[in-house]
Every structure is written in C-alpha cells, then in structure tokens.
Design a protein around this ligand. Sequence first.
Ligand SMILES: *[C@@H]1O[C@H](CO)[C@@H](O)[C@H](O)[C@H]1NC(C)=O
Ligand SMILES: *[C@@H]1O[C@H](CO)[C@@H](O)[C@H](O)[C@H]1NC(C)=O
Ligand SMILES: *[C@@H]1O[C@H](CO)[C@@H](O)[C@H](O)[C@H]1NC(C)=O
Ligand SMILES: *[C@@H]1O[C@H](CO)[C@@H](O)[C@H](O)[C@H]1NC(C)=O
Ligand SMILES: *[C@@H]1O[C@H](CO)[C@@H](O)[C@H](O)[C@H]1NC(C)=O
Ligand SMILES: *[C@@H]1O[C@H](CO)[C@@H](O)[C@H](O)[C@H]1NC(C)=O
Length: 383
Amino acid sequence: MLPFLTQTKIYALALLIHLSSSPVASGQACGCSSTILPVHVDVLLPKDPTDPFGGLKSNASSLRRLNETYDIFGVFCQPKTAQSTGQLKFCSGGVVLNFFVDVVQLLVHGFTYTYQYWSPATEEFRNQSYTDFACDRGLSSFAIDLVGVGLSSRPANASDVQYATHSTVASQLARHLKTTSILPGVQPFKKVIGIGHSAGSATLIFGAITEADQSPFDGLILTGNLIIEPGTLLTIPGVTSARDDTPLRWGALDPDYTTTNNRSIFYPTDPTSFSPRMPIFDAFTKDVGTVATFPQLSVSSLTANYTGPVAKVVGSEDQGFCTGTDRCDDVAALTATERVLWPEAKSFQVIVAPGSGHCMNLDFLANGPFSTFVDLVNQFVAL
Ligand SMILES: *[C@@H]1O[C@H](CO)[C@@H](O)[C@H](O)[C@H]1NC(C)=O
Ligand SMILES: *[C@@H]1O[C@H](CO)[C@@H](O)[C@H](O)[C@H]1NC(C)=O
Ligand SMILES: *[C@@H]1O[C@H](CO)[C@@H](O)[C@H](O)[C@H]1NC(C)=O
Ligand SMILES: *[C@@H]1O[C@H](CO)[C@@H](O)[C@H](O)[C@H]1NC(C)=O
Ligand SMILES: *[C@@H]1O[C@H](CO)[C@@H](O)[C@H](O)[C@H]1NC(C)=O
Ligand SMILES: *[C@@H]1O[C@H](CO)[C@@H](O)[C@H](O)[C@H]1NC(C)=O
C-alpha cells in the first residue's frame, strides 16, 4: 500500500490515532478544534546537542538513538464554508483540487513560541491571526506545539529535543494529514504545505535535507530564516535556563530547557510598528526551547535535495537577519545566495517583507506577509 515506508514509519502511522478533540474559540470564518496525536520518533541524535549540524555530518560513534512516542498538541482550523463544493478549483498535474478541502497548511512555530504564534489567543489581536486570515481565504491549517513545548510532551531530558526530533514529528504529521482523517468529518488532504517560522523553518529545512524527494510536503514556506553559517549565530538577548527565568512555571525542568526574558529582537526597532501590548502578551505566553535550538540552526547552511517548491519570507526589519547589514537590501543577490542550497527545488524565491520584523505575524504590517503566504500556497498547489 505504501511501499516507500519503512517498518518504523508504518508503525508510526499505526500509532497516530486521534485521541481527543474540543472546540477552540476563533473568529467567525474558522471552525477550530484542538487535538493530541501520538507520534513515534525513531532517530539518530548527536550525543552533543550543540553540534552545529544536528548530527547530519556526524559519524556513527558520535550519534545516539532516540526511540520514543510523544503526544503532539495541535489546533486544526477549517473555513466554516469548507463543506460547500464547487469553489476555487485548481488544476495540478491533471488533478482537480478543491482548495477548501484538499489543501492544508502545517504551521510550525519558532523558539519560545507555541501554536499561538499563528493565532494570538486574545480578542485585541484577532486581526493578527494567520489561521483566521487563511480561513477567510478558504485555507485550512494545523498549528502544532513542538516536542518540549506548550501542551505537547516535554521529555525529562532536554537533549532529546533537537531538530532531528522536531523534523520527524513534522513529517509524520504531514503524512498523517494525507492518509488519515484528523478529526471526524475531515477527509485526508491531498496537499500539505509546511510553513515554518524561525526555528520552525529550520525544522522544515532539516526534513528537506534528510527526506529530499521522499518529503511529504508539497511546498515549503520558510519565514524568519536565512542561511546561518556556523559561528554566525543570531544573538538573542536574555536567553537563560527556563527554570531560573520562571521558577513557578519551569522550576523542575532540566536546565537545558531555555527561554528568553527579552523579546525585543523579535520586533522591528521602530516602536510605532507594533502594539506596545504585543510584547507584553508575548512575554505572558512565551514558552521554552532547548540548548540545541541555536547552534543547530546551522542546518540552514546545508544543501537540501528537496524537490518541491520553496519560498523564504523575511522581514526587512528583522533584527536577527537584516537590520544593521545590507543583506536584505538587494533581493536578487539574496535570492541568488539562498537558491544555491536548493538545487532540486521545483521553484525557489525569496521575498523581503518591507517594514516587518523577525516575528512578522506580530507587528502592524502582519497582513502583508499573510497575503504573501496565501499567494504562495495558491502558487504551490497549482504547480
Ligand atoms: C567521529 O566524530 C567525532 C566528533 O566529531 C570525532 O572526535 C571522532 O574522531 C570521529 N570518529 C571517527 C572514527 O571518525
Ligand atoms: C522502539 O520503540 C518501540 C515502541 O516503544 C518498541 O516497540 C521497539 O521495540 C523499540 N525499538 C528498539 C530497537 O528499541
Ligand atoms: C540526557 O541524555 C544524555 C544522552 O543520553 C545524557 O548524556 C545526559 O546525561 C542526560 N541528561 C540528564 C540531565 O539526564
Ligand atoms: C533587550 O535587549 C536589547 C537588545 O540587546 C537591549 O537594547 C535592551 O536594553 C534589552 N532590554 C532589557 C529590558 O533588558
Ligand atoms: C544531494 O544530491 C547530490 C547529487 O546527487 C549529492 O551529491 C548530495 O550528497 C545530496 N545531498 C544530500 C544531503 O543528500
Ligand atoms: C489590527 O487592528 C488595529 C486596530 O484597528 C490596527 O491598528 C492594526 O493595524 C491591525 N493590524 C493588522 C495586522 O491589520
């Protein structure tokens, strides 16, 4: 039935059983439900979690096996009009797709964020919800909490949480979305587009490298991520052990779970470009990453033989990548540099969103990048 799958992966699919669902509040256009899916991860990790390439360049003696099953929390949102038929059909290799029911976006957050990055759970920021924006345009989404984060399983040992772990989870879920009904009444999808932010983009890149033409993703939109050579890491101020930062919440955690007490780098330097209440809300809802999160970002400097369409979207005011350098000024030059790492991609483009910061979903200009994401999904499913 699925000849390319290994025994391990078949086992994983068998384990992906729908556990529970409950309604989640959202805007008028969306019907949302939360769910928890068990995902089996059987991967090789570098014994040293600060290995810049996440084990991709390691020999056998410096790797160890991780064989665990984690519960992954996610919120699935579907346009309320999803069941209406005959709208927005696209041709794809001779196949007619119904945009509403055949396409889903898998949304992967970045460091210290959760699924809420894609839909801040407060009325004031309802117009900064990408999941709502997408629903309004007929697009479903599944926004997850990565392993160790939010309402997903948190391994006792933070060194189990590396990009190999995250990327296996993302790919297993993409396969699940294509083969199984994620919730009652929701058919399996024909196309899954992965959209990552920052460390979530590195998660998708890791899978694009390891799975190449076997990737379950029909397109990748990598936001808040450019090539990161080893030794040129982002400097995020205030990164500290989560247990020291917020003992009430995280006092019992392995010290290698980290967070940040200074969110300024995630926003443009111009304070009028975002609500002063957004960083406050952001600080209330922040979560954790692990010591592996930063050094292993250098997977973003490796070649991926992924064969689907790829786009990178970065804010011109991204303090981690663009401001203080001329890197993002010449988009053609930036595109040429980045394209080298995607030799087999069906298409490749870089979009610099003017005025947006690193967390482009969280500032006043968010609707610009949101339109870009939806346009890219439209392009990708039509390919
Ligand atoms: C394996 O990699 C480790 C770490 O890079 C290195 O110290 C060791 O010499 C390598 N072993 C072999 C057999 O190449
Ligand atoms: C991996 O984990 C699964 C599920 O817990 C278990 O059945 C299997 O025996 C494990 N494999 C090895 C080699 O430990
Ligand atoms: C976490 O696991 C690694 C690899 O098995 C081990 O070296 C390390 O001592 C563990 N750390 C803790 C806090 O248990
Ligand atoms: C946060 O980091 C920025 C950039 O490093 C720094 O200018 C600012 O003073 C820091 N804010 C706090 C409250 O420490
Ligand atoms: C990508 O393909 C090239 C050419 O076949 C090959 O040399 C390279 O090792 C591949 N890269 C990966 C990461 O598999
Ligand atoms: C959201 O609404 C507020 C208040 O009307 C407005 O200032 C802001 O620009 C809007 N944000 C987006 C992303 O549209």
